[in-house]
Design a protein around this ligand. Structure first.
Ligand code: UDX
Length: 436
């Protein structure tokens, strides 16, 4: 099939590349000329495992192209995906100006039937708004479809190629047929394509992300309670996760959820509920609890140093909001760095992929280490914020000889408590016994 993808951000680029992989002809459009030029020259603009291979393979096969020319890109396309940003506006509601602007541009260019697919995360009712833009500007028939993405950064290619489910919101039989054909190769294993109305599809995305954010936040609160009552969150996690109604995944306590989706989507759903005079009490609490959880490690550090970290120097491992990405949007590490600096401490940080992004954002507020061990030089303690694999099994001898003191604050529960007792560390993690 012939596909156009508008917007080559994270979602658009993964979507376009993965759609080309099953033999479709895909043209990706972006207004950013420098970025398009880069991609035309064969450079993948983001770090995402597995994307490189598919990107180059499909460009080589002439199935994946990049342009700034919207008219050219959509001319022959049967399906036009919109993968545009929906940042929170000043009032917390998603800002739809990119989506509606693109819809207007497209509506003025098309001359034959198109399926317009919205991949961005948008409030309920957006498909109707997009449809209205088309009716105002053209007589050409279009179907506006909601098709939210459920891609996790770091495993986005796998998530796209083998989705748990594909959600398609449309009541048009014509659009349904085309979407079923397009997604057929991705659901061979029997996972469903769930057809529903547009509004339900739009809400599904917010509900999924908000539910997962709630699940994590619930575990973070259980972890905080574990510390107070002398229970072990790892045991409790396994104890409840083995119940198939609860499930093992997404029960890991930590330093709060971050990233480009959960914080934004929870906030937008609360806002959307407010607009409909519904007080979404659970989600409001989730937001409050997560805000606090992002600096839980700082509280632990302050407690250890009797509220005085003036002149202390810390090593911090992990800046990205989660492993296998260079994304630092809403990353807990940024909040931790900020709070510790405000308290008079200095930091040397290390992350396998996200250093350049942090440098661009906060410059020389912190020192940047060449590798994980260099970060430990002269450090009074080590803080672990992101669970990159490289931090899971460090050379503890090297750690001991480089760190000034054997003190670790672990926001991701990477190490075995018994081991830390044996090694003689002060070890403070989340929801587990404090070792010293
Ligand atoms: C999420 C959704 O999973 C995806 O379906 C959606 O389309 C986009 O948002 P992503 O933001 O890439 O994906 O990351 P995810 O792996 O879901 O993690 C989100 C946050 O939750 C991270 O900050 C992570 O550290 C945190 N998390 C996750 C936990 O603290 N504990 C867990 O058990 C799982």
């Amino acid at each position: 099939m012939k596909i156009a993808v508008i917007g080559t951000g994270y979602v658009g680029l993964v979507t376009g590349t993965c759609l080309a992989e099953t033999g479709n002809d895909v043209i990706c459009v972006d207004i950013n000329e420098a970025k398009v030029k880069k991609m035309q020259d064969g450079q993948v603009p983001i770090y995402e495992p597995g994307l490189d291979l598919l990107f180059h393979r499909n460009i080589a096969q002439d199935r994946l192209k990049f342009t700034t020319d919207l008219a050219m890109a959509i001319k022959d396309a049967q399906i036009i995906f919109m993968a545009l940003p929906t940042p929170p506006g000043g009032d917390g509601a998603a800002d739809l100006s990119y989506i509606l602007g693109a819809a207007k541009d497209i509506s003025k260019l098309i001359t034959d039937y198109k399926v317009i697919v919205n991949k961005s995360t948008v409030p309920v009712g957006t498909a109707d708004k997009v449809r209205a833009v088309f009716s105002e500007n053209t007589d050409v028939e279009v179907d506006v479809v909601s098709n939210p993405e459920f891609l996790r950064e770091g495993v986005a290619v796998e998530d796209f190629m083998k989705p748990d489910r594909v959600v398609v919101g449309t009541t048009s039989e014509r659009a349904k047929k085309l979407m079923a054909e397009l997604y057929g190769p991705y659901v061979r294993q029997g996972n469903p394509i769930l057809f529903m109305d547009e509004r339900s599809s739009e809400l599904t995305k917010y509900a999924a992300n908000s539910f997962l954010a709630t699940k994590i936040t619930f575990m973070n609160e259980i972890a905080n309670l574990c510390e107070l009552v002398g229970a072990d969150v790892d045991a409790v996690r396994k104890g409840i996760g083995s119940d198939s109604r609860i499930g093992k995944r997404f029960l890991f306590p930590g330093v709060g959820y971050g990233g480009s989706c959960f914080p934004k989507d929870v906030q937008a759903l609360v806002k959307s509920a407010d607009e409909n005079d519904y007080h979404f009490a659970i989600l409001k609490s989730v937001m409050d609890v997560n805000e606090k959880q992002k600096t839980i490690l700082v509280e632990k550090v302050l407690k250890y140093y009797a509220n005085n970290v003036q002149g202390k120097h810390f090593a911090l491992w992990g800046l990205a909001f989660k492993p296998e990405t260079d994304d630092i949007r809403e990353a807990p590490a940024l909040y931790i760095i900020d709070a510790l600096i405000k308290h008079g401490a200095t930091l040397t940080v290390f992350d396998p992929e996200a250093m350049a992004n942090v440098k661009a954002l906060i410059g020389d507020k912190v020192n940047y280490a060449e590798n994980a061990y260099d970060a430990l030089e002269n450090a009074d303690a080590l803080l672990i914020v992101t669970e990159w694999s490289v931090f899971r099994n460090p050379d503890f001898e090297r750690l001991e000889s480089t760190l000034k003191n054997k003190v670790i604050f672990d926001g991701r529960n990477l190490y075995d408590l018994e081991k830390m007792i044996d090694l003689g560390y002060y070890y403070n993690s989340i929801g587990r016994k404090q070792i010293n």
